[in-house]
Design a protein around this ligand. Sequence first.
Ligand code: FES
Length: 573
Amino acid sequence: MTKTLADLRSRRWFSASDMRAFAHRQRIQQMGLRREDVLQRPVVAIVNTWSDLSPCHAHLRERADSVKRGVLMAGGYPFELPAMSLGEVMVKPTTMLYRNFLAMEVEELLRSLPIDGVVLLAGCDKTTPGTVMGAISMGLPTIFCPAGPMLNDRHQGKTVGAGTHTRMFWDEHQAGRVSAAEMVHLESRMTRSPGTCNTMGTASTMTSMVEALGLALPGSTSIPAMDSAHTRMATTCGERIVQMIWDDLTPQRVLTRGAFMNAVAVQMALGGSTNAAVHIIAMAGRAGVSLTLDDLDAVARRVPVIANLFPAGDKLMEDFYYAGGLPALMNVIRAELSLVELTVTGRSVGDNIEGCNVLDAEVIRPLNNPVSTGSSLAVLRGNLAPNGAVMKASAASVKFFQHTGRALVFDSQPQMLAAMSDLNLDVDENTVLVLRNAGPVGAPGMPEWGGLPIPKKLLLQGVRDMVRLSDARMSGTHYGSCVLHISPESAVGGPLALVQTGDDIALDVQARTLNMLVSEAELARRRAVWVAPAQPFVRGYTKLYQQHVTQAHEGCDFDFLQGAAATPEPVIF
Ligand code: FES
């Protein structure tokens, strides 16, 4: 399948002998380019999620130059296109509210401009699924160039990183064991370079899964952002996309069900973020591939966690890179992979990982010495979550795997946060904390409020984990016995809306169940008087979001963006 110049999509803009094409060539030359730059070369978009307020992507402006070098060397012409930069920590109320916005922006950027192929520069939690979802829907040859993880830090002789340690140090500070002065020091040290979080949080989970899908170069997602290998990798992405355009190597040829199941197997072996459950289902939906929570649970039961990375383990992404990175990990679980799947290299998954050996078996463990004997992810169902809920079993306390406790229910995040510092709160370590109205519609945007803090009263007693339930998500860098993504969410009338403080909640991870021990008659009585919470958003993007977002088990995509049906090319006149 080889394309010629005459087949290029960009020719529709530039090669006709009419007034409109004349104007297009004129405007290209207005910017100092030569007419042959766009008439004799494929046009490559570099979609860049860099911004001055996005520390994870702070280096991507420079990396775009490396990509451009590769594109030019391979005979293409690059154009850098800025896209919404969703830096996880700064963007409020939550980047998840804008993932679909970014996906729409990427799709329509590519559709509306004379582009033949695309390099996606992204890496923070939502920029990866957002850009990839948009590129899948547009369907042009696409390669993902990951931002790469930040460097490790050292504190008092120990390796520390972002995310997981942030929560750990904050809890210790609340318990009086870390001083204010030490916290000020940590502020300036823990995130010591540009790049994404260096735990196996959502960012590294998603970039790794995109590599496993076949959309990124083998090994690219483990390279630290500040390593010179990262610059070289960006140049190679630029080079590679040009050949992919000639070969018409589109996402549709790469993204089979086998490719998605490979990505899920990698998620489980990594002990990856629960957020991936939402994003991978949304991505599959864009590719027209059926993927459900049950698929994830089935893989989780088979594939052990072998990456010894925070929060399930005790190493960081830099260590993972030195240990051989994702190709080495995929080689360990090769029996669980579909090795024939095509990738952006033009070769199969099996070819890409051949001979990629583990260089440090403490970081990437052998199958007979996993980090966790339980599964990475558990999908729970019951009268509290008829459509499913997820739990990161590998980061939870085993003592809570079978637990019944009294519910303490909060209707909002502010109400919950205010209660956490109350030293007289009616709570003990067996209590089940419940947060609702924190789902896709209710919050809105399904923020990462699901890692509910431990009440200060219990922190002072030494308690560091308890069972917590919500229709929210949780940061992939966090840990604890948190049941998340309860679907349907409370704001649309899911059973979570009916729980009351004092109800007994029964969790059984082994049996994959989550129930409130309340009679059907009582639940019917509560349902009859339930009133949906008022929503203040009467206009704008948030209104659109609430009207069209799907539930967590469906990927939280917009209903009108799902599916692989083709959108007509723009009319050029
Ligand atoms: Fe961007 Fe963690 S905040 S990757």
